[in-house]
Unconditional design. Structure first.
Ligand SMILES: Cc1cc2nc3c(=O)[nH]c(=O)nc-3n(C[C@H](O)[C@H](O)[C@H](O)COP(=O)(O)OP(=O)(O)OC[C@H]3O[C@@H](n4cnc5c(N)ncnc54)[C@H](O)[C@@H]3O)c2cc1C
Length: 451
């Protein structure tokens, strides 16, 4: 199997990064950020915006964007939670409305910042594949309206098939506000802007220990006043105690060869929306700027006990089932070949939104757990972490998402057992069964297991 920097379309086609510096010897800094994904990059960028005099250093084990940030589907949603209805369940109606406003403002600012990262404000189609999904779409639109959000519109079968021609589609919600982006260009842009502000970067420098205000790598160490952990699904490698609050999972993606004009004509997709369907384990897909189809699945895999490493980067069974599901959706272009395939790690929480906190008497600050939904929210988290690191006030610190921790996950062996039970129940729901007692109970507690 190819390594991730060759097999992931975004990483393999990324613009030249320039020279990489490995950490060697002893250094001092005001603030060290561990992890150069979106969370770490935005944190470093906002730290310099808040206080240009601070010496900020970012340390990354691979290259910038090596984790989920360089491997994702690039579908940008303005919604901070997985849906506005879930935001109400998790945080109450008033805070759900506030999150919706924060989320939309955040995406508008992101779009301005990322104008040269292939950001297309296409909106999103949330596809109904069953009668029940049609009801879900109508309900989602109603909830959005109730929160004062007017970016949802219901599309019937003919309308959605005119947007994108799949025989499986029965209807959809068309949600304006978000879009699609090239995530690795966004990674590169935030890094470049942070460097202009004076942030120093060390890459291919895995941190092996964080203790007493010191970040230690194999070749060097940095003493810092504050340390920001922006390591998402890898966090337990440094702080295993945080595993109570998240579970690491792997999502898998295919990217096709470039579509011919004739193939594009057969499917439509003139408006190039990012797409998700309404199942628990949904497909997500989009066009790239050179007109390939990126085809992913949220049927994420858990590798016990909490494995996150290169051995999980590929999964033949997932690739096979992705190709099969693609042909079911688009039989008219079933001949399409897929040139890239890869997986990436996701940190999932029981409330599907990230959590924040401190360790080591406040020296270490962290945010993680975007549950496969982090392109927009990492920018908000970076702003929050930067304020926490500088002890500066912002309204964002009062959000329940920041103040409260999600319901914990059980440790092994119960963890594997519960993942298997919930996965099987969700598969049954996707086949049209009623949610069983387990899912109903979890629903009541506002707990989710999907990515
Ligand atoms: C396949 C896939 C598809 C997705 N699709 C979407 C999507 O369409 N839309 C969306 O909004 N979200 C999506 N996501 C989720 C999104 O990518 C993540 O939520 C987001 O990238 C998280 O950013 P992060 O910076 O917190 O974590 P990461 O990007 O994982 O960054 C953490 C970084 O920390 C580094 N690190 C870890 N440990 C150490 C250490 N010990 N020393 C040094 N460095 C370390 C890692 O190498 C990594 O670069 C997807 C994720 C995956 C995997």
């Amino acid at each position: 199997m190819q390594n991730i920097e060759q097999s992931c379309y975004w990483l393999a086609t990324r613009p030249d990064q320039g020279e990489i510096t490995v950490l060697q010897g002893k250094l001092d800094a005001d603030i060290v950020v561990v992890g150069a994904g979106f969370t770490g990059l935005w944190t470093a960028y906002f730290l310099k915006q808040i206080d240009p005099s601070r010496d900020v250093v970012v340390v990354e084990q691979g290259v910038t964007g090596y984790g989920g940030s360089g491997r994702n589907a690039g579908i940008v949603s303005a919604c901070v939670d997985h849906s506005h209805a879930l935001a109400i369940v998790h945080f109450g109606k008033a805070e759900a409305a506030r999150l919706a406003e924060i989320g939309q403002k955040n995406i508008d600012e992101l779009a301005q910042f990322a104008f040269d990262c292939d950001f297309e404000k296409t909106g999103q189609l949330q596809i109904a594949l069953t009668q029940k999904h049609l009801e879900d779409c109508r309900e989602n639109n109603r909830v959005a309206e109730e929160l004062g959000i007017n970016s949802y519109r219901f599309l019937g079968r003919d309308e959605v098939q005119a947007e994108l021609n799949s025989p499986l589609y029965l209807g959809a919600s068309l949600v304006t506000g978000g879009g699609i982006i090239n995530p690795i260009k966004l990674v590169g842009k935030i890094k470049a802007e942070a460097m202009k502000l004076g942030v120093r970067f060390f890459e291919r420098s895995p941190v092996i220990e964080v203790k007493g205000g010191t970040v230690v790598t194999k070749g060097g160490s940095i003493n810092a006043r504050k340390i920001v952990l922006a390591t998402d699904s890898y966090t337990h490698h440094l702080f295993p105690q945080l595993l109570w609050r998240f579970i690491p999972l792997y999502d898998y993606i295919l990217v096709s060869e470039v579509l011919t004009g004739e193939q594009l004509r057969k499917i439509g997709w003139q408006n190039r929306q990012g797409i998700v369907d309404c199942r628990s384990f949904f497909n997500y897909y989009r066009l790239t700027s050179d007109n390939r189809i990126l085809w992913g699945t949220s049927e994420a895999n858990y590798y016990p006990p909490n494995r996150v490493d290169e051995s999980c980067d590929h999964s033949e069974p997932h690739y096979r089932s992705l190709r099969e599901s693609f042909v079911r959706h688009f039989p008219q272009i079933s001949e399409l070949n897929f040139s890239y395939q890869w997986g990436g790690p996701i940190a999932s929480t029981t409330r599907l939104t990230p959590f924040f906190g401190t360790l080591e008497g406040g020296k270490v600050i962290y945010a993680l757990g975007y549950t496969g939904h982090g392109i927009g929210t990492t920018r908000i988290a970076g702003k929050i972490l930067a304020h926490m690191a500088c002890s500066k006030e912002t309204d964002l610190l009062s959000l329940s998402m920041v103040r409260k921790k999600p319901f914990p996950y059980p440790p092994e062996p119960l963890r594997s057992l519960s993942v298997n039970m919930v996965t099987n129940s969700l598969r049954q729901v996707d086949k049209g069964d009623d949610p069983g007692i387990l899912l109903k109970m979890l629903d009541l507690l506002g707990i989710g297991f999907s990515s």
